[in-house]
Design a protein around this ligand. Structure first.
Ligand SMILES: Nc1ncnc2c1ncn2[C@@H]1O[C@H](COP(=O)(O)OP(=O)(O)OP(=O)(O)O)[C@@H](O)[C@H]1O
Ligand SMILES: Cc1ncsc1CCO
Ligand SMILES: [Mg+2]
Length: 271
């Protein structure tokens, strides 16, 4: 991997592929995020479907390009659907992405998340506290919010990625994405994103869309999705508050041009 490959140019190229292919992303996600996540995928050119019933998830995965599993508003009935869907994705050779919302907050949540982690997602994306909890490190998740910085979670994320053979992404001011060896540092986004609920959930769904359209490197695709989402927030400029940012973000995901993407994507590598 060279620094040249992770650039605004490659982010734009992959995003065009997403728009051309319009991948169907099966989303099993929490009630809070459903609307914003579906709108994020639609604005960016993918095709969302929120399908969580355990009687349907396996058939749904057959027609989808990828799966997103988000445990934000968990209940035992949904857990079974998540497991069946992840197993179907694995059997069909389709990528699936896990958002371990609130890992570390309660034993029930952490245990459920760990049973999904054991099904080997292609990518895990969480905030720093969540990733530390998934990796078994001490720390506190404040409900669904982080109390740590991505750099605190990096070594844990690397070990987790190595152990599972997956990509781990820690979101924050600078997102850190690793396969256990390489680390991509994505410095896009604005702090106000933390004041919009489900911004993280939605970028995880965008990662699923980018990963299934990438021919090979899931690490690169994950970094590109995080960068594009961050740039869409940046170009919103001076907004009055979170509600305006949410609207601007969706509009920018729909309309951002190549020059903006190429000049603003900020990905550095530690190899
Ligand atoms: N301080 C910051 N500066 C710039 N961008 C940020 C900052 N903090 C988070 N982000 C961006 O905001 C998005 C959401 O990340 P965050 O870590 O807040 O997720 P989360 O805690 O899982 O959110 P949620 O649970 O509400 O979905 C990511 O795209 C991330 O890059
Ligand atoms: C606020 C909240 N609670 C459960 S899921 C969710 C969305 C952000 O993770
Ligand atoms: Mg989250």
């Amino acid at each position: 991997m060279t620094a040249l490959q992770a650039s605004g140019e490659s982010a734009w190229a992959l995003w065009q592929k997403v728009k051309n292919e319009g991948p169907l992303i099966q989303c099993i996600t929490n009630f809070v995020s459903m609307d914003f996540m579906a709108n994020t995928l639609l604005a960016a050119g993918a095709s969302p479907a929120m399908a969580h019933c355990k009687d349907e998830v396996q058939d749904f995965q057959k027609i989808a390009s990828a799966l997103l599993v988000n445990v934000g508003t968990l209940s035992p009935d949904w857990t079974e659907g998540m497991r069946l869907a992840a197993e179907a994705a694995n059997a069909l050779g389709k990528p699936w992405v896990l958002d371990p919302v609130g890992a570390g907050a309660t034993p029930f949540r952490t245990q459920t998340i760990m049973s999904l982690v054991n099904l080997r997602p292609t990518v895990i994306r969480g905030n720093a506290s969540e990733i530390m909890a998934v990796a078994g490190a001490a720390g506190k998740t404040k409900g669904v919010d982080s109390t740590a910085e991505p750099t605190h979670a990096l070594e844990h994320a690397k070990q987790l990625a190595k152990d599972l053979g997956c990509i781990v992404a820690i979101s924050g001011a600078t997102d850190l994405v690793t396969d256990g060896e390489r680390v991509a540092k994505v410095s896009n986004g604005v702090p106000l994103l933390t004041r919009i609920t489900a911004a993280g959930c939605s970028v995880t769904a965008l990662i699923a869309a980018f990963v299934c359209c990438a021919s090979r490197d899931a690490l690169l695709a994950t970094a590109h999705a995080l960068a594009i989402f961050g740039v869409a927030a940046e170009v919103a400029g001076d907004v009055r508050g979170p509600a305006s940012l949410r609207v601007e973000l969706l509009d920018n995901l729909y309309s951002m041009d190549e020059t903006t993407v190429r000049s603003r994507v900020n990905i550095q590598w530690d190899c």
